[in-house]
Design a protein around this ligand. Sequence first.
Ligand code: PMT
Length: 222
Amino acid sequence: CATEEFSGKTVLVTAGGTQENIDPVRYIGNRSSGKMGYAIAAEVQKMGARVILVSAPTSLDVPHGVEYVPVDSAISMQEAVESRYKDVDVVIMAAAVSDFRVLNKADHKIKKMDSMTLELVKNPDILQGLGVHKTHQLLVGFAAETQDVVAYGQDKVHRKHLDMLVANDVSKSNAGFNVDTNEGYFLYPDKEPRVIPNMKKTELAKCILTEVAELMKLKCTK
Ligand code: PMT
């Protein structure tokens, strides 16, 4: 992918796993390390884009030259993404966003008890909201699936109005959460799926951005 395809473009990347507080010391989280999203942010910055990295907590170093926006919960990620949306050209949502949050989070540490029940409520679907309000932006989602990867992924492409989706099979030990490699499929609204063989996330980041550059070119010529 040539550097000039991203120069003058603003790319917003989300990464990491959101955290939903139960009380001041406990949260509901997931296994996302942020590696996939950070690899994309670092690569597209090298390709000349202005990069906004909206990141849930991770233990990774922030890539050089990116604008870092730290968030924790799904609601805080939604606010960070939506408030910048009108000024970005491409959104790549690699974050693992919690589908639920705790209805009544405690102000103080919950004391030990024999059992407890947490009531969860649905979080907003950030990507779907972006899809509904899409104007000029190119939208790339991810899907973490454990079965029927293509069918479930393709459903997300249509429901979330995406230009492209990276569907990864997270049931494999060398793909998905908290490993250095990934594999799966590129899915599109109007093209056949493409198989992504297993490769390092840093390499996959380059492949994703090559696809995005192609889609940007097509958009320009339409
Ligand atoms: O961080 P790593 O350890 O490197 O792992 C990478 C990864 C497995 C987290 C990444 O490759 C990945 O698959 N990210 C998406 C995980 C996920 O939330 O998948 P999903 O199928 O639940 O969501 C589909 C899409 O909608 C995603 O782009 C997600 O960011 C978005 N979403 C989901 C729920 C929600 N409430 N709001 C959203 O915007």
